[in-house]
Design a protein around this ligand. Sequence first.
Ligand code: AP5
Length: 207
Amino acid sequence: MSHRILLLGAPGAGKGTQSAKLADEYGVEHVTTGDALRANKEMETEYGTPKSFMDAGELVPDPVVNEIVKAALEDADGFVLDGYPRNLDQAEYLSEITDLDAVVLLDVDEEVLVDRLTGRRVCDDCGANYHVDFQPPEEPGVCDECGGDLVQRDDDTEETARERLEVFYDNTEPVVDHFRDEGVLVEVDGEATPDEVFERIRDVVEN
Ligand code: AP5
């Protein structure tokens, strides 16, 4: 059976970490608006470039993001979606274009989120995710998987991370309510090791 899973949670809640594991486990696409936008940061749109919004910690305009998600989901036979929807309009649009089997909200305290974001390092070549304290690479600054350089994302400075958290708290409560009303939302405590959190999500998806 091909799964259609949505992961919700604040910046740093572990959506990227868990989506990659879930996509591997179930052999489905990992669709993430953050990565798609980072890959197209300089794209000119009628609203400006995605980069201009992302570097300020703001949301990229809905028409740009909706288009990316629609195209990605149309091509996928099962998916784990992460980073979308971020507001009620996006949530309503998503409900129009697909059905979901599971919606998981990862719950993590705000100060833990800031620590996770500011300590995150990402491989410049393969995109693998690390944390300087919680998931360090074997050799500092070097990716275990491909030997690439580990870098900090432009928006993982403390100032922009806090701005992103504000945007999340302002916009996401209606998204959570939307899926709660549809009867598909399950909350999972995201404060445990990545493997423990993964087991909790797998329980939800399979039961
Ligand atoms: P996006 O890339 O989606 O970022 P985000 O939602 O801010 O989420 P993150 O990637 O920061 O966190 P995550 O939950 O994936 O955490 P991770 O697993 O890496 O969006 C970036 C920007 O793009 C937005 O600000 C916006 O401008 C734009 N954008 C994207 N989607 C949009 C949309 N739909 N509409 C409009 N604009 C949009 O984990 C974080 C760190 O913690 C890592 O270092 C990891 O190693 C560590 N970690 C993970 N799990 C654990 C654990 N259990 N214990 C300890 N450490 C852990």
